[in-house]
Design a protein around this ligand. Sequence first.
Ligand code: TXA
Ligand code: MG
Length: 317
Amino acid sequence: MIVSLENAVERLTQGDVVALPTETVYGLGACIDQPEALKRIFEIKGRPFFDPLIVHVKATTAARSLVLSWPPLADFLAERFWPGPLTLVLPKSEKVSSVITSGLNTVAIRWPNHVVLQKILDQLPTPIAAPSANLFGKTSPTTAAHVEQEFEKQIPVVDGGPCNIGLESTVIAFPGPNEVTILRPGGVSKTELAAALKYAFPQVTITEQQSVASPGHLKEHYRPAIPLVLVHAREIPKDQELECIARELDRKGRPVELKLSMDALLAARSLYGDLRRLSSLDSGFIIFCTEPYFNLPNWEAIKDRLTRAATLQWPRS
Ligand code: TXA
Ligand code: MG
C-alpha cells in the first residue's frame, strides 16, 4: 500500500512499521523508541531475533548520541562517506534498545543519502531502525513495487523511486585504534575506504571478517524465487551439462541467463531487480557466468551477494 511522506511520518510516530526508500535498498522502518514496532519488524520479515538492525540517523551528531565512544577513525569516515552507504558498528549507549542490537553491546548506524528518507527523519523525534524490506533470506527490494510484491501490499510503503546504489551498505567495525574490519561488503568498496584513509591514517589496516561479528550475514541470503546457479566459466554450459544441473536442482524448464554490466556501479544498481524479473519468467533456474566479472575491480559486494544468493556453484568445488 503506497503512502505519502506525511502519512508515513504520522504512522511512524504512532508506532507503525513503514517501508522506506534509501539509496541502497528499501528498508522496513520503525522509530527506535517504539518497542512494539521494533518487534513487529522481525515478525513481518520472519527474521530471527539474533539478527540486529541498522539505525538510520539524520546527522553525525545524532549518531554520536547513540554510542559510548566515537573514535577519530569513525569521525573521519563519517565525514568522508555520510550521508551514504557506510554503516559504522560502535559501542551502544543505553538509548539503544537491545531489541535493535539483538542483545549485543554494539549498534550499527548510518546516515542514508536519500532525500525522501532525510525529510522523514527531519520530522521525527527519533532515528529509524530498519533492515532491508524483504522476507528473511530473500532478495532485497530496490523499488516500491518490489516491496509491494514481497508483502502482498499489506505494508505501507513510501515510493522514493528506484534505489541509486542497489545493494546494501558496507558494514564496518573498529576492533582497534588502527584497524577497520569490513563485516559486510557493500556500497562503499574496500578500495574507496583504503583511498580515503591512505593519507590521514596511513597506519590503519583494513581486514575482511564476515558472518561471525555480523550475525545476520548468513551464508544463504538474498535468495531469488527460483534457484541461481553460478557457473565458473565464460559461457553457458552445453545442453548435456545443463541437464545435469537441472537434475541436481530438481528443476524442470530451461535456464535463463543473468547478464550484468561490467561497470560495478551499474551492475549493483540492476542486480536485485534483474534477479526478481528473471525469477518471474517461466524458467527452471537462473545462470550467471562468473568470468570475467568476479575478478573485476570493486566487484566484492556483488560477488558476495551472488555467492550467497546461489543455490549451486558449477562445476562443484
Ligand atoms: O543499506 C543497508 O544497510 C540497508 C538499508 C535499509 O539501510 N539495510 C540493511 O539492513 O541491509 P539488514 O538488516 O538487511 O542488514 C544489516 C546487517 C546485518 O548483516 C546485521 O547482522 C549487521 O548489519 N549488523 C547490525 N547490527 C550489527 C552489530 N551491532 N554488529 C555487527 N553487525 C551488525
Ligand atoms: Mg537484508
